[in-house]
Design a protein around this ligand. Structure first.
Ligand code: ADP
Ligand code: MG
Length: 351
């Protein structure tokens, strides 16, 4: 879904400037593949690369990244490592999403026919509140040995993300929205979120079926009977967990891409937001998730020709050629996957 209010700003002669945040771990190498493919097909994108050093003890890099995303309107992002467990070093990823007010996260989860998995033909969309809830980063030790962590749920942000989910369902021909929560225990916070979704469903989107499910049952239902879900709507931490459950069902961390939206900016990234530190530099990281994120970005900017070309070449590589990395049961290296995608692009662009 592309909200009408999101207007990409910097555009010179039909080209778009996009902020690229390679991040840590496998980020730089998978970004390198995206740049190779974009160069090969002549995608009209100019990347403004911002490296964020997670070991530096100030947030100047993050502030600079935020400034460039505000200028460009759009970002492509790898995961930035939060190395330190020291309490004062907060996650740069969370800071970025919060400061850009990207309140909605969208993860399209559609099975790849060529990837062997327990369940076939899953097609769900997870929509997650992306800026508050358990990620408020407000924790303190009230008295010695007692930690309090604030989960912040506001009416404004609940309403924005709930409306986003119903609008998404409406515009994309989806039939049902399921609100996932724990309102039986967290009566006020999750209660507000659940009530907001119920009110919108009843008053503004009567044509869309709405139900709700408690998060624990939801996880069981997902691994056992995933086909009952269509659009899933939830608060921040549940969204993180459920996203990973569904990515696991579909073939792991290396395939799906996720989208962060606010009213003004959009940032695209791999769906599970992994850093992949342990597999960096070994030519084994699955490049697909980041390539799919770049395709989402092209689509968002209206470059449908280039987006379709890459998307078809990627899908053929996974489903027909079955040239995939070990995480999805293949034997190919990262670069072999990328080369195969480029060969497919070459054939498709001519044919
Ligand atoms: P860690 O928790 O050690 O930082 P991550 O969160 O980076 O690990 O990733 C979780 C798991 O997913 C790891 O086993 C990692 O190897 C795997 N993973 C993440 N991204 C990819 C990818 N693009 N290709 C293959 N495996 C990946
Ligand atoms: Mg991690």
């Amino acid at each position: 879904i592309r909200k009408q209010k999101i207007i990409p700003v910097a555009q010179y002669g039909g080209r778009h400037a996009v902020t690229m945040l390679p991040g840590g771990g496998i980020g730089p190498e998978v970004m390198g593949y995206v740049r190779e493919i974009f160069k090969y097909i002549g995608a009209p994108i100019d990347f403004e690369v911002v490296d964020i050093d997670p070991t530096v003890d100030n947030d100047e890099d993050v502030q600079y990244a935020i400034t460039t995303i505000k200028r460009n309107g759009v970002g492509l992002k790898g995961n930035i490592e939060t190395k330190s467990e020291a309490a004062y070093v907060t996650s740069r990823n969370v800071a970025l999403r919060n400061e850009l007010d990207m309140y909605a996260y969208v993860l399209n989860c559609k099975s790849f026919p060529g990837v062997p998995t327990r369940h076939k033909d899953i097609d769900v969309v997870i929509i997650r509140q992306n800026t508050e809830g358990e990620y408020a980063m407000l924790e303190h030790e009230s008295v010695y040995g007692v930690i309090e962590s604030m989960k912040v749920v506001t009416a404004t942000n609940s309403e924005r993300v709930c409306r986003f989910a119903f609008e998404f369902a409406k515009r994309n021909g989806r039939k049902k929205v399921t609100t996932v929560h724990k309102a039986n225990i967290m009566k006020l916070s999750d209660g507000l979120f659940l009530e907001t979704s119920r009110r919108l469903a009843r008053d503004e989107y009567p044509e869309i079926e709405h139900n709700d499910m408690i998060i624990d049952n939801c996880c069981m239902q997902l691994v056992a009977k995933p086909h009952q879900f269509d659009v899933m709507l939830m608060t921040n931490l549940y969204g993180s967990i459920v996203s990973n459950v569904v990515c696991g069902l579909l073939g792991g961390a290396g395939l799906l891409s996720g989208r962060n939206y606010g009213d003004h900016y959009a940032v695209f990234e791999p769906g599970t937001r992994n850093t992949g530190t342990a597999i960096a530099g070994k030519n084994i990281a699955n490049p697909i998730a980041m390539i799919n994120a770049s395709v989402d970005m092209l689509e968002h900017l209206g470059h449908h020709y280039h987006a379709d070309l890459i998307r078809r070449a990627v899908n053929k590589t996974i489903n027909v050629d079955k040239i995939v990395t070990p995480d999805v049961g293949g034997t190919a290296s990262s670069t072999e996957v990328v080369n195969n995608i480029m060969v497919n692009i070459g054939k498709m662009a001519r044919g």
